[in-house]
Design a protein around this ligand. Sequence first.
Ligand code: MUC
Ligand code: MG
Length: 367
Amino acid sequence: MKITALEAIPFAIPYSKPLKFASGEVHVAEHVLVRVHTDDGIVGVAEAPPRPFTYGETQAGIIAVVEQIFAPQIIGLTLLERETVGARLARTVGNPTAKAAVDMAIWDALGHTLGIGVTELLGGFTDHLRVSHMLGFDEPAVMVAEAERMRDRYGISTFKVKVGRRPVSLDTAVVRALRERFGDEIELYVDGNRGWTAAESLRAMREMADLDLLFAEELCPADDVLGRRWLVGHLDVPFIADESVPTPADVTREILGGSATAISIKTARTGFTGSRRVHHLAEGLGLEVVLGNQIDGQLGTACAVNFGAAYQLTSRRAGELSNFLDMSDDLLAEPLQIRDGVLHVPSGNGLGVEIDPEKLARYRSDQ
Ligand code: MUC
Ligand code: MG
């Protein structure tokens, strides 16, 4: 079970439908495949998606930190020393998706070593999640057509609508069009990626008061400390903190400060070990939790569903597990399948997935 090598492999897969939102846009999935090798010949995998507009990471930076700093720190430790691994990685500040991918690749390797799935290792609550699809910026008619396609083809009936444009009516018109088209057949919530001010956020939420929203997510910046607290105090739906809570300490600060009343857990930024800490904290605080999406590919989505299915709290709400559908291709040998609005945890040991060597050869950008 001893870790003998750590690899960081860049790859690039274009999106067939780019995703646009208030803090940025993504046209090509330029992610990093992280592989952990052990002395038993086991290989664990995970994916790090650089999001410079959210965490400041880049593809080149993730490779550098994994190869130059993390690899020498953890080679020689065993798969059972995950807290030691975490403590060593924590000596480097930031780099959340690089750290998360190393952590999740270790869990995958552990699952393969023990002959157990990661969901079972973590908690084993269920084997599937309902799926929520994230709709990026566009005209109302295009976003309604996209929701129709997701519903008709994959049975998805929960949608997170990206908002945060100016004037706010650009976005409230989209949400209204969706509600008018689907009535109560769908669940809807909105995510502003910090695009609005607190006052704009409240104006928009009042315009949408009759649209039966589940949640509002990160509508304005958490650094607008008093404005955000004021906003959250005026809302009658849970306010989800997403990019403002990359660590358990951030969750504590935002919730106790009155700047959020719910949280998004993203395995892409807290791995399994950190996400478990955030989950337990949320459970203790009695918070609503949504399993979020860092615009993950299929490998990242396999990580998310493995985690989400492990616990009751993370499987209660639909998880954001479908944005890989907007990619032109992926790396997995067996593609993930969403049916009737549900994604099952891939069966098998570890994460239950395998990388297709031909696809990796085609999309890796370091050779
Ligand atoms: C989300 O929930 O915000 C877009 C930016 C980011 O950091 O994550 C995605 C989705
Ligand atoms: Mg978000």
